[in-house]
Design a protein around this ligand. Structure first.
Ligand code: HEC
Length: 167
């Protein structure tokens, strides 16, 4: 009798621990991925905006659609690291892109939508969610505001695209 009771208690404790672990894993999965120094002060979630705004073309997790749209994190990280790339990415978000670009051997013709309707902080947060943990400085809303005050066309954005090295 005693032994059975002890087993029950042990079983109950083990069950609670397992439930706790599952609960923790679920919370973890739903939480924001945070990089130190990036978007920590931003009150908006770049990841959530990105899923809503970019997912239809770049895939729900930004994984890209072969032959159509590139995987988001690698191309954004490479552009951010290239000379002039930070300004280019902000302009790309604000004014879109018009004309032909070649990304790793695939030629893309057409136009990329702009996201000027997002706030400066939201644009910074989307970009921060995409630059890898490369030690790059986080984008700030103020940088976006500065470029928003210098409107340009999608063609001009394309002319300012930095050349990229092979991945
Ligand atoms: C309507 C479809 C569509 C949507 C929506 C979209 N993209 Fe794209 N994206 C593309 C395509 C197609 C390309 C390939 C280049 C091109 O055709 O302009 C691309 C290319 C890019 C590039 C590479 C640009 C370069 O110069 O190499 C980046 C960065 C990018 N997208 C970011 C984003 C982000 C961030 C969002 C959401 C805020 C987004 N895109 C939403 C279709 C889309």
């Amino acid at each position: 009798m005693r032994v059975r009771h002890t087993r029950k208690v042990v079983g109950a404790i083990a069950g609670m621990l397992m439930l706790g672990a599952i609960g923790f894993a679920m919370c973890d999965g739903q939480g924001e991925r945070r990089r130190p120094g990036a978007a920590d002060s931003a009150p908006v979630s770049g990841q959530r905006i990105g899923q809503a705004r970019c997912g239809a073309c770049h895939g729900p997790a930004g994984e890209g659609r072969p032959g159509f749209a590139p995987p988001l994190t690698p191309i954004t990280s490479r552009l951010a690291a290239a000379p002039g790339g930070r300004d280019y990415l902000i302009d790309f978000m604000l004014y879109g892109l018009r004309g032909e670009v070649e990304i790793d051997g695939t030629r893309h013709r057409g136009s990329h939508p702009s996201f000027a309707e997002l706030s400066d902080e939201e644009i910074a947060a989307v970009l921060n969610g995409l630059i890898e943990q490369s030690g790059d400085r986080a984008f700030q809303g103020a940088e976006v505001a500065a470029r928003r005050s210098q409107p340009r066309s999608g063609e001009e954005v394309r002319r300012n695209r930095p050349p990229l090295d092979a991945p």
